[in-house]
Design a protein around this ligand. Structure first.
Ligand SMILES: [Zn+2]
Length: 108
């Protein structure tokens, strides 16, 4: 498979792959895998990969408690947009990946 880093949606594809890996870590209750994913995410940011809304899939949702890798569910007063993620989750993921807040544990 040819990888073109300048492809317009390569960043989306990167985070999409990360979401799938995070979902697998949740499914298998694998903390080590999850930590590896976070390391990759931080390293990608350091190399200039942008955060996109779907990076919110990294974390437990603080609004609806969707697990890492899972889509958010509807909660009264917290509308979901097309990304199927709560805005609070996207914001928290950005801060956590950038290291501004401690990373919430994915597995409870
Ligand atoms: Zn949510």
């Amino acid at each position: 498979m040819r990888i073109d880093v300048n492809e317009p949606n390569s960043v989306e594809q990167f985070w999409d792959g990360m979401r799938e890996a995070a979902a697998a870590a949740t499914r298998h209750q694998d903390d080590d895998l999850y930590e590896a994913i976070v390391k990759i995410g931080r390293s990608a940011l350091a190399q200039g990969v942008e955060l996109v809304p779907s990076s919110g899939f990294f974390l437990l949702c603080p609004v609806c408690s969707a697990l890492s890798g899972q889509r958010c569910i509807n909660v009264p007063g917290h509308p979901l947009d097309d990304s199927r993620l709560h805005a609070e989750r996207v914001e928290l993921a950005g801060k956590a990946i950038r290291g501004e807040v401690p990373l919430p544990r994915p597995l409870r």
